[in-house]
Design a binder for this molecule. Structure first.
Ligand code: FES
Length: 145
């Protein structure tokens, strides 16, 4: 049912934990399944994501997607991180079962939430970034559950 990559990131999640010196922290949840994901970004003065950590209270697919998402944004620019969509995360994981697609939306929105927080704290505007939702159930299609 799950790809080897999903199982690998679930069993050995990368970048788990918190960042004390984070300058962008984003938390999103899904009221329907009750899962919560938090991402911590340390963004340097050149707008490069120098370090990233996450904490996910959720299903295995949510753990795997958040782990992969942190790998995909680490060392990248803010603009590059914005391109890490849920589809990109799923592709990097060699796919997810249809009922688990919404879990990857949590990862995309957590990235956006952390970037949004960074922008608010530093009084900058990130082009193309829309205000993230705190409950991803507003965005996930009904048939995903
Ligand atoms: Fe909720 Fe996976 S079941 S994020």
């Amino acid at each position: 049912m799950y790809s080897e990559k999903v199982m690998d990131h679930f069993n050995n999640p990368r970048n788990v934990g918190e960042l004390e010196n984070a300058n962008g922290v984003g938390t999103v949840g899904n009221a329907k399944c009750g899962d919560i994901m938090r991402m911590y970004f340390d963004i340097d003065e050149d707008g490069i994501i120098r370090d990233v950590k996450f904490k996910t209270f959720g299903c295995g697919a949510a753990v795997a997607t958040s782990s992969m998402a942190t790998e995909l944004v680490k060392g990248k620019t803010i603009q590059e991180a914005l391109e890490v969509t849920n589809k990109a995360v799923m592709e990097a994981l060699d796919g997810l079962p249809p009922v688990k697609v919404h879990c990857s939306l949590l990862a995309e929105e957590a990235i956006h939430a952390a970037l949004w927080d960074y922008a608010q704290r530093n009084n900058v505007v990130i082009e193309g970034l829309q205000k993230p939702v705190s409950d991803i159930a507003e965005k996930a299609p009904e048939e995903d559950y």
